[in-house]
Design a protein around this ligand. Structure first.
Ligand SMILES: Cc1ncc(COP(=O)(O)O)c(C=O)c1O
Length: 395
């Protein structure tokens, strides 16, 4: 058979083929078949969703909530969300709120609303890969501005970010509190960025899914939000999720706060992506918000204890540089061997049964670090640290 007769295997288009594959998944695959791995690599708690939320979903299912809903979500959930956002960030009406199928779908919808082929997008990194890859699916070009690591942990170089936000920039993608670093953007930084973007007509997509997981303020206080500063009809789209503050990762429920003038078009995009979030899941979302205040406050208290415990235990290990981050649920730290973090994490899972995420999974700026999700009890963290200590002693 000549070369031209060989079957041509069909491929996805170039923009899709060149997307980065998940390095966390690569590490998990390296551990396939290893018994007794302690997994700290994914961004979720090891606890199930609290009973009052599961019960609300069961009741909704029993009552027959099995049909399509309005594209932008059921009215009672949108009203509940509008009240919740108003309490946290000032007056917000239902026409500024849309329900989505979790945070990642909200990010995709937000990008689809404002970004097209050839557009310039800026993202602050290290960063959960989805924010960088989603605009690329749409054919956009993504420039990154790296946070800087120093004595006070990860910080923004504001001047560098403002310089990168050129008049031809369409969109700024920001995530604060940040996955993986735990960095939290200050109110002053948000103000400066907002004013700059206002002047140049640049859209901001603010991923605030970790806003409640904030340890630097008063108990119960959420992290600084663009919603505290921006009018609801400005070029700001805020993305949020039920996954982190109510332990609902598997439910796939989130929301967007955006200008009312976008909502008709957002409804069309929801129609063509998912049509709607499941009705019984939306009912559970109402219970989460209406009955979950105390639960979230306690969760944040527990996470703070876990964070401090892990930071204390890691600091005692030779060669480990770790700082307590002000937000989210990860410790992003450096240790011997992490200059090739993917190789290190594969070795850790194979040889020590310890599942961590390589810093390089969050962009080249994350190389030299590994990410540890501390959303579990301290005994489990201790067991993981013991494995790391043992591994470091061997190498
Ligand atoms: C920064 C960030 N944004 C958004 C999400 C999306 O979460 P979900 O799709 O579960 O709401 C995650 C999940 O880990 C995240 O880390």
């Amino acid at each position: 058979m000549s070369e031209t007769d060989l079957p041509q295997f069909p491929n996805a288009r170039d923009a899709v083929r060149s997307l980065r594959a998940s390095q966390i998944r690569e590490v998990a695959n390296a551990g396939f078949g290893v018994p007794d791995v302690l997994p700290f690599w994914f961004g979720e708690s090891d606890r199930v969703t609290p009973p009052f939320i599961r019960d609300a979903a069961s009741a909704a299912l029993s009552a027959g909530a099995t049909f399509y809903t309005h594209n932008l979500g059921i009215a009672p959930l949108r009203e509940t969300l509008a009240r919740y956002v108003s309490t946290l960030h000032g007056p917000t009406s239902v026409e500024h709120v849309a329900v989505t199928s979790a945070g990642v779908n909200a990010l995709m919808l937000a990008a689809q609303l404002v970004v097209g082929a050839g557009d310039r997008v800026v993202a602050v990194t290290p960063l959960w890969p989805n924010l960088v890859e989603i605009p690329k699916i749409l054919g956009a070009h993504v420039e990154t501005v790296s946070l800087v690591y120093g004595a006070n942990g990860w910080q923004l170089d504001l001047e560098r970010l403002l310089a990168a936000l050129t008049p031809d920039t369409k969109l700024l993608m920001l995530n604060s509190p940040n996955n993986p670093t735990g960095w939290v953007m200050s109110r002053d930084e948000q103000r400066a960025v907002l004013e700059h973007c206002r002047r140049l007509g640049i859209w901001i997509v603010a991923d605030e899914v970790y806003e409640r997981l904030y340890y630097a303020g008063e108990p119960g206080q959420s992290a600084p939000s663009f919603l505290d500063l921006a009018g609801r009809d400005e070029r700001v789209i805020c993305v949020n999720s039920f996954s982190k503050a109510w332990l609902m990762t598997g439910w796939r429920l989130g929301w967007i706060v955006a200008p009312a003038s976008l909502m008709d078009d957002l409804g069309k995009l929801v129609e063509y992506n998912t049509s709607c979030a499941p009705a019984f899941v939306q009912q559970a979302g109402i219970a989460a918000i209406e009955q979950g205040g105390q639960f979230t406050r306690e969760l944040v208290g527990e996470l703070r204890v876990s964070r401090d415990h892990l930071v204390g235990a890691l600091s005692a290990l030779p060669g480990v540089d770790v700082k307590a981050p002000p937000g989210a649920m990860y410790v992003f730290f450096s240790l011997p061997g992490a200059s090739r973090s993917l190789d290190l994490c594969k070795a850790l899972v194979r040889e020590a049964g310890l599942g961590l995420a390589p810093g390089s999974a969050f962009g080249p700026e994350g190389e030299g670090f590994v990410r540890w999700c501390y959303a579990c009890d301290t005994a489990r963290l201790d067991a993981g640290v013991a494995r790391l200590k043992d591994y470091l002693a061997r190498y």
